[in-house]
Design a protein around this ligand. Sequence first.
Ligand code: ISJ
Length: 241
Amino acid sequence: MLDNIRIAVATYTNTLPFLKGLQTSSTISSDAELLMDYPSACAEKVIRNEADLGIIPIQALLDIPNYHIVGDYCIGSDGEVDSVFIFSKVPIEEVKVLRLDPQSKTSNGLARILFKYFWRKDVDVVLAGEADAEVLIGDRTFGQKSKHAYAYDLGACWKEFTGLPFAFAVWAANKELPATFETEFNDALAYGLTKMDEVIADLPTLPNFDFDDYLRNKLDFRLTDEKRQAIARYLELYQTL
Ligand SMILES: C=C(O[C@@H]1C=C(C(=O)O)C=C[C@H]1O)C(=O)O
């Protein structure tokens, strides 16, 4: 039995309903420690065993031996997600250099998958420096869509490519966890999602971004069979890059 379970939680708005549930649950607050960071850093913590479970970008599942997905929820969408983009100076068919987002794992891989198999186009991929297009995820994209010549929503592009919804990140552990903990954990996530009104009421107002629409309509937190299919498809394609 683990005394103090370490949970890596993303600092993005899309994780706030889950965070509310985890902070409200007396069992989770007494048995667990919440470690807050951006998504790629949450993954590193679980990979390096500095956390026992966390919200894991699905690409990083490939780096966690014996991972197991915990519970029935994810950060996903069925089409447009409104916080995962390729912002570009030119139309997608003219992109030569693509810059990745250091805070992302899944969406960086998703952009490369889409270039290769959906747009069928070779691009140079860089981690920093000049580029004609960039991957950008999370809160840093809010209200930015109209400021770029071209914006491609990767949730929408994936749906057009596969006909499937998508799960960008899932709750996953790097070890066996007590079944009672996993049940409490999943119940806490479910409870947090019922508190959406409170989560939204606490958010600021942004000129070009609708938090209500984002959290209630664009994001889809249920880890359905179709999303599990999407994860399997993504991981298969990622390994051919
Ligand atoms: C929809 C999003 O999903 C995120 C995208 C991730 C990624 O690209 O690695 C990881 C975690 C999720 O929070 C987002 O944060 O905008």
